[in-house]
Design a protein around this ligand. Structure first.
Ligand SMILES: [Zn+2]
Length: 184
């Protein structure tokens, strides 16, 4: 079986996936789709959309903005609770989840680690030209949140009824948040 490095190199050589910003040394966890990769991605997306939405009349589509009102994330508990305990290496500056590493030294260089600190896992940014507390917002950390905050809009626009989960005759694949066509 090929190792990961071989697969990554092949994907780059064939134009499927490139390390993002590679000419500046790359940026962690971020990848760009090349000419063949973007075709593959589009095909997978379109096949998924066709099967999951277009060919069903009990599911409707929604494409919500990636930035939402900060109140959404306060109310959902993400601002208070969506955190991980992280430690930094004082030597090589690598950052780890405290509960992912077993030793009390850096796994890559053996350097000393900082005390664990709670980091919020949301991407924070600012709306508008002034970077103050009033303009803080976040990139959506939870895709499904768009469904919840648009629920009434979608229900009214599509006139679908919410599936009642206590009805035994409905097949198990129906999640309570899917929209269901009324029987009558
Ligand atoms: Zn280190």
């Amino acid at each position: 079986m090929a190792d990961m490095e071989t697969i990554v190199n092949l994907c780059k050589a064939r134009g499927f996936i490139f390390q993002s910003s590679e000419i500046y040394g790359g940026i962690g966890s971020t990848w760009d789709y090349g000419p063949l990769g973007v075709e593959l991605k589009r095909n997978v997306k379109e096949a998924w959309w066709r099967e999951m939405i277009a060919r069903r009349d009990d599911v409707v589509g929604l494409d919500a903005a990636i930035i939402m009102h900060p109140k959404v994330w306060e109310t959902s508990g993400h601002v208070a609770n969506f955190t991980d305990p992280l430690v930094d290496c004082k030597g090589c500056k690598m950052r780890y989840r405290a509960d992912d590493i077993e030793s009390d030294v850096c796994p890559s260089c053996g350097g000393e680690l900082t005390e664990a600190r709670q980091f919020n896992c949301m991407f924070q940014t600012y709306m508008g030209p002034v970077q103050d507390a009033a303009s803080v917002t976040y990139l959506r950390p939870e895709t499904a949140q768009g469904i919840f905050v648009n629920f009434v809009n979608v229900q009214q626009a599509t006139r679908k009824k919410r599936h009642r989960p206590d009805r035994q005759e409905l097949p198990k694949r129906d999640h309570p948040w899917q929209f269901h066509v009324p029987d009558a």
